[in-house]
Every structure is written in C-alpha cells, then in structure tokens.
Design a protein. Structure first.
Length: 140
C-alpha cells in the first residue's frame, strides 16, 4: 500500500484540488499494477505557526511522508526513477503553485501489513491481479 500523508498550509487545497491530487497519486500506482484501493492519501492542514522549517514559520511548505508497503524499490536506480516520477507528479500540485515541497519514502516490510484480516497477495501474483480487478480485498 502506498500511504501518503500530505502536510500543507491551511487553505492550500480546496476539496476539488485534494481529489485531483489524490487521483494523480492513485493513477501513478494503478499504472504500475497496484489495486487502486491500496492507495491512501490523507491531507493534514497545518497552521503557519505550527509548520516551521529551520525554526521559521512557513505558510507555503508542503511536506509529504510516503509509506511504501506493497512494492519496494530493488536498487538505487529504481529509487531514482521513483523520485524523478514523483517529482513530476507533484509539480502541478506544489511547485507550480508556488509551494515549497519536500517528500520522503519509507519502505515498510510487507509481512507487517494486513487488510481486513487478510495478508495481501504476492506482488504480480494471480491473486493480486484478482484484487486489482475487484478493487477490494477478497479471499484468495
């Protein structure tokens, strides 16, 4: 599962902009074969007085914490490709709007993840393809 926590200034995104942002994030992973329901995007509005960079309040910063659980990048080249792709994905939602943006990715061990009491199927397996088609966790 990719879990995105997007910390941003109050009012930086309308409800529609959040939906568009989350749709772009979801499409990124769905295009790579993950079920759409794996992708969770949570927006956290942070008052300027509570969002400090280098000890200075910021009203333009967006900080994104991404947890990758379903798939991990196998090597530095793959990680660079993900970073580059996410930088392009984020630009219209951040930098192009005059917002400062940072992100990082944590990779959680897959065996520490369950959905509705089910261990997600192996990457690329027929069971995972079933979850993609059904867009929900089903017994396999």
């Amino acid at each position: 599962m990719p879990l995105w926590n997007v910390y941003h200034p109050v009012g930086a995104y309308t409800a529609q902009q959040k939906q568009e942002f989350a749709a772009d994030v979801t499409a990124f992973y769905a295009h790579r074969g993950l079920p759409k329901f794996y992708v969770v995007t949570i927006f956290h509005e942070i008052p300027e007085s509570s969002f400090l960079i280098g000890g200075t309040p910021s009203g333009t910063a967006v900080r994104i914490m991404i947890d990758h659980i379903a798939h991990h990048a196998p090597d530095p080249a793959a990680r660079q490709q993900i970073d580059d792709s996410l930088t392009r994905l984020l630009a219209p939602h951040t930098r192009d709007r005059g917002l400062y943006c940072e992100f990082h990715i944590d990779e959680t061990p897959r065996d520490l993840w369950m959905i509705n009491g089910l261990r997600p199927p192996a990457s690329g397996s027929e069971a995972e393809h079933l979850w993609v088609r059904e867009n929900q966790p089903v017994p396999y």
